[in-house]
Write a protein that binds this ligand. Structure first.
Ligand SMILES: *Cc1c(COP(=O)(O)O)cnc(C)c1O
Length: 376
């Protein structure tokens, strides 16, 4: 809970819903990651929140950056960061975008197929590549499924192909799934990564780096382990699987870097019922799935919500957004407890909204403006 954000909102003229991010909290988060894993480089996952103020702050703190597109690379370069601090971490890239990144000076690329290696070999010769391996995402509230990565056996072939194509076969990456509350997830993934290192060694190729991805959680309604616990679990897993020959390591926190730094202010537009004897009220807000709250899809992420009437008796509500689309419902299967006294026009604060809100906001669904963003 940020007093600076509350103060900012008190002074702001009412211009509709917005997210406010407190850079003091982002700074604290960065320092916490750096301290918990002192020998690991932090590459902030830009997609979580690419606000220029956040990128500039992280640049000044010494962070590196995980980018998924030329657009994100340009945002990072605009802070003055050197291209050597950028990883082009998307395994799905157009060849002309790889060429563009290479022109900018980017020399670190993710792959998960020989087809992608061929593109990089053609236009970014000599670069380092790391191969992403599949991870099942068990235990994650926002799993990333099978879209990225290949089987570990295939990863060895992809890396060998890179080596033979004039690229540097640099290492392995994985992502244990976003909002990962299971500390053991990194152990399983690092065991797999160590297997790829051993296989490559038998082929005469020495890998050097493990990119351990993101997944570090934000505290929403449920408690989660702190970053130091993740640091200890990861360090233990690294020494278990790599012994005294530790590779260089990277983490790519997105949610864990900015999630708890932001808050959304929204207004209650309507409270109604579907029939006279309905005991669940419908509460409609002035934002919804299309204005920053996309991660409520399947009710995956449950945000903490503050109301001006906290402390009053509560009752279950269906919570929904304002657009004329029936999927624009935030919580219905598991209704949300809100005060019975809640009224039309009340302002609600949705906490822990610093990650994956502005980037998920649509341009103007039904004429509603994209989520306004302030970084203080
Ligand atoms: C999205 C993403 C991240 C950030 O994940 P979080 O769970 O938000 O920390 C890190 N690495 C890659 C490659 C990603 O796509």
């Amino acid at each position: 809970m940020s007093e600076r954000i509350r103060e900012f909102l008190r002074r702001r003229a009412d211009e509709g819903p917005c997210v406010v991010v407190d850079t003091d909290i982002v700074r604290e988060n960065y320092l916490t990651f750096a301290k918990a894993l002192p020998d690991t480089s932090v590459y902030y996952a830009v997609k979580a929140n690419p606000a220029p103020e956040i990128l500039t702050l992280l640049e000044s703190l010494g962070s590196s950056f995980d980018c998924a597109s030329v657009g994100e690379i340009e945002m990072v370069l605009a802070t003055g960061a050197d291209a050597s601090r950028i990883s082009y971490g998307n395994t799905i890239k157009k060849e002309r975008d790889i060429a563009r990144a290479f022109e900018y000076g980017v020399r670190l690329f993710a792959v998960d197929s020989v087809e992608e290696v061929d593109k990089i070999a053609r236009v970014a010769s000599g670069s380092r590549v790391f191969c992403r391996v599949l991870c099942d995402g068990v235990g994650a509230e926002w799993p990333l499924s099978r879209k990225f990565g290949c089987a570990p056996e295939m990863a060895a072939d992809v890396l060998e192909h890179a080596h033979r194509s004039g690229l540097e076969a640099h290492g392995v990456s994985f992502h244990v799934g976003s909002q990962q509350a299971n500390l053991g997830a990194w152990d399983a993934a690092l065991s797999m990564a160590a297997g790829v290192f051993r296989e490559m060694a038998t082929r005469g190729i020495e890998l050097k780096m493990v990119n351990m991805g993101g997944g570090f959680p934000t505290r929403y309604l449920k408690d989660v382990p702190g970053v130091p616990s993740y640091g200890e679990a990861i360090f233990r897993a690294l020494t278990d699987h790599f012994g005294n020959r530790l590779p260089s390591t990277i983490i790519e926190p997105g949610r864990g870097m900015v999630g708890n730094a932001g808050m959304i202010e929204t207004e209650v537009v309507l409270i109604s019922k579907k029939s006279a004897d309905d005991d669940v009220r419908w509460v409609f807000l002035d934002i919804g799935k299309f204005h920053g709250l996309a991660e409520t899809m399947d009710e995956a992420i449950r945000y903490p919500i503050r109301t001006p009437r906290d402390g009053d008796l509560t009752a279950p509500c269906v919570l929904a957004g304002p657009t004329c689309d029936s999927v624009d419902v935030l919580y219905e299967k598991t209704p949300y407890e809100l005060p019975v006294s809640l009224s039309i026009g009340d302002k609600l604060l949705i906490e822990a909204c610093g990650a994956y809100t502005t980037t998920y906001s649509s341009v103007g669904f039904n004429g509603f403006a994209p989520l306004a963003s302030y970084v203080i």
